[in-house]
Write a protein that binds this ligand. Structure first.
Ligand code: SAH
Length: 357
């Protein structure tokens, strides 16, 4: 098994059986070696700096109905909100003062006539803090809308593909949502020249090792700049409420596999991981993650952006708790890197120039 780790580290690739073997091995020396090699590769790429991104949860309104998600359209128990333009600007301002140089605007999928509102927001954030990067994570929109947002100043886009297996996708989404559309969105974002992030929930209901191998192979082909993975965590008001929480160990094992595949990719140690395990943040970093995304949303709305039960949004998970994050990182020899942390060798007009990833 350790040999497989060495091959993956040196060639950044395994065949399907190799990935399946790494995913199904019991926890032990080999998986410890996998994480340790991944951490070393991340240190070789980025040193001991961890990039931070300030997350602004702009809305919990959503036109989609994903079966796993707490803010799905059919959940009538959600008290819906959309931040005002000023509230988003104030959140970014607060983040800027704390030292953030990337703002991530995330939310449910707003009605289509809100595209203009987002465009204005992006333009105003860019005008106010031109040196900062803007990441959007607002779901599925048309090529034209993505283009307008890019031209307004957006730099990056996070859109997890969630699962590459069509039958599994159909288990997690209503019939009127199309996997093909989601994959086309990712193609459009790449073609336009965004720095693109994709990923999955680990342990989502019905997920098998074969599905994970398909996901790995899809990500291998897409070559995203960012790879976002968190455990599935049930939300009590969804049809998947009774499915078990995904495994923290498998999540960090996947961080390590992706780190060895893509030494320079941006891989966050996610809030979902930190929400299910008190040491989640550090476990992610010890498996090769190099980004964390503290919450910059106004405190009053944080509880309402509830994608899953028990979501952490205070202390080191909150932007105002940034000192606590520093204090968590220091004992393991890491520090916050306040830089923009763009994917290396990124060239805005040449989305195919990613050979170094
Ligand atoms: N609406 C946007 C962004 C918000 S959701 C979109 O669909 O891209 C952001 C991510 O949260 C999703 O991609 C999904 O992977 C994750 N998520 C949603 N529900 C979750 C749950 N119950 N457990 C863990 N992660 C969840």
């Amino acid at each position: 098994m350790k040999q497989l780790v060495d091959i993956l580290r040196d060639s950044h690739h395994l065949n399907a059986n190799g990935y399946a073997a790494l995913l199904s091995a019991p926890e032990g020396d080999a998986t410890a070696y996998l994480r340790q090699q991944a951490q070393q590769v991340a240190v070789d790429s980025f040193g001991h700096g961890i990039f931070v991104r300030g997350l602004v949860e702009v809305t919990n309104v959503c036109r989609n109905d994903c079966l796993y998600c707490g803010i799905r359209r059919s959940n009538t128990h959600v008290e819906r909100y959309t931040l005002t333009h000023d509230q988003v600007m104030q959140s970014c301002e607060a983040g800027y003062r704390l030292g953030f140089s990337t703002f991530v605007l995330q939310g449910g999928e707003l009605p289509r006539d809100k595209a203009q509102w987002i465009e204005q927001l992006v333009a105003d954030i860019k005008a106010s803090w031109p040196e900062c990067a803007i990441t959007l994570s607002l779901g599925e929109w048309s090529y034209e809308v993505y283009k307008r947002w890019l031209e307004a100043g957006a730099d990056r886009y996070l859109l997890r593909h969630e699962t590459h297996n069509p039958a599994h996708y159909a288990m997690l989404h209503p019939a009127n949502m199309s996997q093909q559309n989601r994959l086309q969105c990712l193609e459009a974002l790449k073609e336009l020249g965004y720095q693109v992030g994709t990923g999955i929930m680990v342990g989502s209901p019905g997920q098998t090792v074969d599905h994970l191998v398909e996901d790995i192979q899809y990500i291998e082909r897409l070559k995203p700049h960012m790879i976002g993975l968190g455990p599935f965590v049930p939300h009590h008001d969804t049809p998947l409420a009774h499915h078990p929480t995904g495994s923290a160990d498998l999540t960090t094992r996947l961080y390590a596999i992706f780190r060895l595949m893509f030494p320079k990719a941006l891989i966050p140690s996610t809030t979902a991981l930190n929400s299910i395990h008190p040491e989640g943040r550090l476990m992610g970093i010890r498996a090769g993650a190099n980004v964390v995304m503290p919450n910059l949303s106004p405190a009053a709305v944080r509880d309402r952006y509830s994608l899953y039960d028990g979501k952490a949004s205070t202390h080191a998970e909150a932007a105002e708790g940034i000192n606590q994050l520093e204090q968590q990182l220091a004992p393991i020899g890491y520090h916050i890197d306040w830089g923009r942390g763009d994917a290396p060798n990124f060239c805005k007009n040449n989305s195919h120039n990613m050979n170094n990833l």
